[in-house]
Design a protein around this ligand. Structure first.
Ligand code: NAG
Ligand code: NAG
Ligand code: NAG
Ligand code: NAG
Ligand code: NAG
Ligand code: NAG
Ligand code: NAG
Length: 409
């Protein structure tokens, strides 16, 4: 439900104007305004690199840098006005090139490792990828088993699958797919960027499942000036887990935003949750009248007997607003409206007891070694101890999007 408000037409018109302005080489582009990317890839460490007319954006937030500062030789051989396509080579049978970053500029190909151009490069595209046209639109690596063999998918109006082993080129028709200006493999998912939008596609069939296109900046860029992004940030729950209304999950790991469909991670929960908390290393998601408990691991598995009703699990009628537990305690604290309850998770018959009024209703709550945090709308409040939740002293109000989840840029 958070992303439903995307697409204010007046903003798009403005963006078009700005887009045109940024085509002039001097202007430094701002990705939060919605711009078209020439090429997207991850670097050797898995950090996404977005290229836009001579500029490079590293990671999911931050300002543009000149691409020639990181990739010097690109500029020496050919003025780095733009990159047609880029990908991270995945070809385990060829360890000397495996994980190199490959760039396509007009008729030439550049192979980089650790920001250094490999010997012998640049080469002609036709030398390395016979049968693949010059002046590409986009390219993306497709290792097996995501594609049948280790391959690269090239885009230029048509789609070419290049098989590393046999060097065979197979033309494919991806009829439901828009023409991509860049393509990106991330977390084993495939994204086609077109304009300032993207669509997720199946690399084998080119099928686009689900409701696409979506705005790239709502998902791949963290921008504080975007109300949708702020909403999504403010709805983040424990573990900084959020889900958009299409069921994509975003997790922040070491300042890197990771995206995967929620149904992959939590097969049973199809969309946004009301509350989330961890208890004894298991993750509990509460949605309407039901509680889903997961053993967290490589694959999150739903624990036996779940989902249970909120009444059965927490001893209170659902829905609830938020829930949290503080370390080393057997209690889960449940917030419903302006009331908070304690639930003894060791009891076989759960009962929400110890009803108390808290300062204000909250959308999300979390507890850690440094105290309790309540999130309400776009703001959050920090309490050093649980007791302070019931006092009358309102703590300082902080902006969720700016501080709690680093949703600034
Ligand atoms: C990168 O390109 C800009 C603009 O063309 C130029 O002013 C700058 O000196 C270049 N930087 C490097 C490191 O080559
Ligand atoms: C690369 O292409 C150019 C222009 O078509 C040609 O002159 C050159 O000989 C080619 N280089 C190689 C190594 O094939
Ligand atoms: C994609 O590009 C091809 C070739 O340039 C063109 O014929 C086709 O109409 C384009 N498709 C869309 C959806 O724009
Ligand atoms: C981009 O996606 C939005 C929906 O998220 C849609 O309304 C808009 O028409 C799309 N624009 C283009 C150019 O595809
Ligand atoms: C996060 O960063 C730390 C320190 O750099 C590292 O030890 C840890 O493995 C990283 N975690 C993930 C999930 O990448
Ligand atoms: C997780 O799921 C994948 C794909 O279904 C499977 O290959 C893998 O063995 C599973 N891992 C564990 C620890 O169950
Ligand atoms: C739950 O707690 C309330 C108040 O402490 C008590 O009246 C009620 O009997 C308890 N119910 C159960 C099922 O333990």
């Amino acid at each position: 439900r958070a992303a439903a408000a995307a697409g204010d037409p007046s903003t798009h018109t403005d963006n078009q104007k700005l887009l045109t302005k940024w085509r002039s080489p001097a202007a430094v582009p701002d990705r939060c305004q919605g711009i078209e990317m020439d090429a997207v890839t991850v670097n050797e460490d898995g950090i996404p690199y977005f290229f836009h007319s001579g500029f490079l954006f590293k990671g999911f937030h931050g300002a543009a840098e000149r691409a020639n500062e990181t990739f010097t030789e690109l500029d020496e051989h050919q003025h780095l006005g733009h990159v047609d396509a880029a990908f991270r080579l995945h070809y385990e049978d060829h360890p000397t090139e495996h994980n190199n970053i490959i760039f396509f500029l007009d008729t030439q190909i550049f192979s980089y490792y650790q920001h250094k151009l490999e010997g012998g490069y640049p080469k002609n595209i036709s030398e390395v990828y016979p049968g693949i046209p010059d002046h590409l639109d986009a390219a993306v690596e497709c290792p097996k088993p995501e594609c049948e063999e280790d391959s690269v998918i090239f885009f230029k109006g048509e789609i070419f699958h290049f098989n590393f082993k046999t060097k065979a080129v197979e033309m494919k028709e991806f009829t439901s797919m828009p023409n991509c200006t860049s393509a990106f493999r991330f977390m084993e998912h495939y994204y086609c960027f077109h304009g300032h939008n993207f669509s997720k596609f199946d690399p084998k069939t080119g099928e686009v499942h689900g409701r696409y296109p979506k705005e790239a900046r709502d998902f791949f860029m963290r921008c504080s000036n975007d109300h949708v992004e702020r909403e999504r940030c403010s709805r983040a729950h424990l573990d900084a887990i959020t889900a958009d209304n299409e069921g994509d999950m975003f997790k922040e790991v070491n300042d890197t935003l990771k995206v995967e469909p929620i149904e992959l991670t939590f097969k049973e929960v199809k969309s946004d949750v009301d509350a989330a908390f961890t208890f004894k290393d298991d993750l509990y998601l509460v949605k309407d009248e039901h509680v889903f408990a997961y053993r967290v691991g490589e694959n999150h598995t739903l624990l036996d007997g779940y989902p249970k009703t909120v009444k059965e699990e927490l001893g209170i009628e659902g829905p609830i607003d938020s829930a949290f537990s503080c370390d080393e305690h057997q209690h889960v604290h449940v917030v419903k409206g302006q009331l908070m309850y304690d639930v003894d998770m060791a009891a076989s018959e759960r009962n929400a007891t110890n009803e108390r009024s808290i300062m204000f209703p909250s959308d999300a709550a979390m507890c850690g070694p440094r105290g309790v945090t309540l999130v309400k709308g776009n703001h959050f409040y920090h309490f050093d101890t649980l007791k302070l939740l019931f006092s009358r002293a309102v703590p300082e109000r902080h902006q969720v999007s700016l501080e709690l989840f680093g949703c600034d840029h």
